[in-house]
Design a protein. Structure first.
Length: 264
């Protein structure tokens, strides 16, 4: 019970930082909005999808998933920066649970996604995005997005503890997130890729998550050579399976890595 309380205190610290350094919240929100506008008006006219309602209906789920996937990079670089400043050493000297820091940081960074997703959804609505599935499924989609970002933040914790230097961590994080997001169905159909890459893209967790959001938003559309595969036919279920797999692997790895680092 004390561990949960300690983790919530660390989460509170993360959220208070947003009030003290509002630039973090501002720039975390501006970048995804820029992606929405850029893809909607610059690339949207040149990408043919056949999706009902036009490219924006296909685009928004992809932008949502890309944004929460970048939680990995934000968590990793933030943790590495705290380690560089010696903040982690000060936390270690306090009588708190060892796991509180990593659990608190993942919760804090994932909570920021609520504000970011709201701003993006509002921007998408202004530029023509119209989900058609009803409030229950739309809400479920955003909850799924938050959990996906939370799962990936644990990968960020492990990366931040492994590389330590914030510059190295940022580069490593983007080496993970960029192939995941762009080698997927997030922004364009996978049918234009070579067949081997289509298989990779269709089984990519980002592609599955994007397909799940599209389905929950009321857009049922499949691409590629594995259109009848389990991830394509059951994207919501497969997304949950991927999240469980990620957390089963990286939660114990991250907690153990933090404990090992703390004992040095």
């Amino acid at each position: 019970m004390n561990g949960i309380t300690d983790a919530l205190i660390i989460t509170k610290r993360q959220l208070l930082q947003l009030a003290r350094v509002p630039e973090v919240l501002i720039f975390s929100t501006i970048q995804p909005i820029m992606f929405v506008l850029l893809f909607r008006f610059v690339f949207g006219g040149s990408i043919s999808t056949g999706a009902p309602g036009g490219y924006v209906q296909l685009l928004m789920p992809g932008i949502f998933v890309q944004t929460v996937a970048f939680t990995l990079a934000a968590t990793a670089s933030g943790l590495a920066e705290d380690m560089k400043k010696g903040l982690i050493d000060r936390f270690r000297s306090l009588p708190i649970a060892r796991s509180a820091l990593v659990f608190g940081r993942t919760l804090g960074d994932s909570t920021l996604n609520i504000v970011v997703l709201f701003a993006m959804g509002l921007t998408g609505f202004i530029v023509g995005w119209r989900p058609s599935s009803g409030i229950l499924k739309i809400s479920l989609s955003f909850i799924l997005l938050l959990f996906f970002g939370y799962a990936l933040s644990w990968v960020g914790i492990y990366a931040g503890l492994s590389a330590r230097d914030a510059r190295v961590v940022q580069n490593v994080s983007f080496l993970i997130t960029f192939p995941l997001t762009f080698l997927s169905n997030a922004f364009a159909p996978t049918t234009g890729m070579p067949k081997p890459l289509q298989y990779v893209a269709e089984w990519n967790p980002v592609s599955t998550m994007v397909a799940a959001c599209r389905e929950l938003f009321g857009l049922k559309i499949q691409f590629g050579v594995t259109a009848n595969s389990f991830p394509s036919s059951h994207p919501v279920t497969m997304s949950l399976i991927y999240m469980v797999i990620i957390m089963v692997i990286f939660v114990p790895l991250s907690v153990r890595k933090y404990s090992t680092t703390a004992n040095r």
